[in-house]
Design a protein around this ligand. Structure first.
Ligand code: PHE
Length: 452
């Protein structure tokens, strides 16, 4: 399995992504960066892995690439989440250059897969709840219905994400307008819950990130955030300072959680970086012959506690990606399956049964189509993927850069291979040719690239 933080698959740009909770090893940008793995259960700061463009200045999407959207129709014109009514026109604003939410994304809002008790994500959420109920009876408040539309302030400023952090860019985040986004992590709710007087909480929700396409990446996925505040009384007798105490408590709690989910596994802690925690760590477990990134966590920055009524306290926080763990625990080979309504998928899972192995109902053949074009300065892989997904929906399995060269005149050509495959049926040649034709036309007109 790929490590969480890595260079983009294509060596093309050295973009790395890292909010620790992404479904699998991520492709685009996020909020952490990490140092090298270390020996089991120790932290260290060996020479760091590549941290490149996540820390480059954010660039607004060029006109013409903003608000890319296609014909895929939204399922409903309004949905309700946590008592908030969200209409399509509140979220998809085709003529607003500060909006980049396509219908394919709107159609996912309100589905809340994590609230279905017979769905792998719901089963996993409930199993994590069980762990906290057993070990901290009644202490943690649980939220799984908070509205995914949040302010830029909640999503970024409140958790100290720097102004020039790449996760703020239009290329990485879905903006409803200049002040509102679809949350890209559940950390967006930390500050408001603290202000509300909460000291122990778990927040589960759907999160949204513009991204490339493969079997482990989908622009909507699910996270769980954990947060616990300590007061000076908690650590005064421990012989440790508040930060060391919170870090020790955090590691103990999360090692217990990992054992609850995976059994007696080998684990290791890896130092990393998040804007909202210091120190910051990732937990990895040795599972099926590989180190698997399980979650990101750390001791909350004092500034966050101070701003929200908890001066002199300390806290720990963690965030984990539910799909990432569920794919491993249930043997689910493709992230699109979580969205499937096919009975042959849904009927395999039932409440309370973690780790039942998914049996593929059949394997349909993929069909590959290549497409080459001269890129321009505004080109990004995320914009390309948004177009392909807008046309092919969940029939697209992967979009992969297979060739990349620059000619003597300085023009750069990319060749992408698109894999089309349904999880549920065989696709006809005609259907795929139509899709590919539409993709080519849309790529030409929306990305203004020159097809070769
Ligand atoms: N928000 C981080 C992410 O999305 C995860 C995280 C949460 C890390 C809390 C540290 C503390 O990757």
């Amino acid at each position: 399995m790929r490590p969480l933080i890595r260079t983009a698959r294509c060596c093309l740009s050295a973009r790395v992504r890292a909010m620790a909770t992404l479904p699998m090893a991520p492709a685009a940008t996020a909020i952490s960066s990490s140092s090298s793995p270390t020996s089991p259960l120790s932290t260290s700061s060996l020479p760091h892995r590549l941290l490149l463009a996540r820390f480059l200045p954010a660039t607004p999407a060029p006109a013409g690439t903003r608000g890319l959207r296609t014909s895929a129709a939204a399922a409903a014109s309004a949905v309700e989440v946590g008592g908030v009514n969200i209409a399509r026109e509140d979220v998809v604003k085709e003529d607003d250059p500060t909006n980049n939410v396509p219908d394919t994304i709107f159609s996912k809002i309100g589905l809340q897969l994590h609230r279905r008790d017979n769905h792998p994500l719901g089963i996993l959420k409930n199993t994590i709840y069980d762990y906290f109920d057993k070990n901290f009876a009644g202490e943690f408040d649980k939220f799984d219905d908070l509205c995914p539309l949040v302010s830029v302030k909640q999503n970024f400023d409140d958790v100290l994400v720097p102004d020039d952090h790449v996760s703020r860019s239009y290329n990485d985040t879905y903006y409803v307008d200049g002040q509102t986004v679809l949350r890209c992590h559940t950390s967006a709710h930390q500050a408001e819950l603290l202000r509300d007087g909460r000291t122990h909480f778990l927040v589960t929700g759907d999160v949204y990130r513009r991204d490339s396409i493969d079997s482990t990446h989908y622009p909507v996925f699910h996270q769980m955030e954990g947060f616990r505040v300590f007061s000076p009384d908690d650590w005064s007798g421990s012989g440790m300072d508040g930060t060391a105490y919170a870090a020790a408590e955090l590691k103990k709690t999360l090692e217990g959680l990992a054992r609850h989910l995976f059994g007696a596994v080998e684990m290791r802690w890896v130092d990393t970086y998040f804007p909202f925690t210091n120190p910051s760590f990732e937990l990895e477990i040795y599972f099926q012959d590989d180190w698997l990134e399980v979650l990101g966590c750390g001791v909350t920055e004092q500034e966050i506690l101070k701003r929200n009524g908890r001066t002199d306290h300390v806290a720990w926080a963690f965030g984990l990606g539910l799909e990432r763990l569920a794919m491993v625990l249930f043997d689910i080979p493709d992230i699109r399956l979580f969205w499937s309504n096919d009975q042959r998928f849904t009927s395999q899972f039932s409440e309370g049964k973690l780790g039942v192995k998914f049996k593929p109902f059949s394997k349909f053949p993929p069909c590959y189509k290549d497409m080459s074009f001269w890129i321009n300065d505004a080109f990004t892989e995320n914009n390309l993927c948004e177009i392909v997904r807008g046309i092919a929906g969940d029939l697209v399995e992967e979009v992969k850069l297979i060739d990349n060269f620059t000619n003597k005149k300085g023009m750069t050509s990319h060749c992408y291979r698109i894999a089309y495959r349904s999880m549920e049926r065989s696709l006809t040649d005609e259907e795929i040719n139509d899709l590919q034709w539409n993709v080519r036309e849309a790529v030409k007109s929306k990305l203004k690239v020159e097809l070769r």
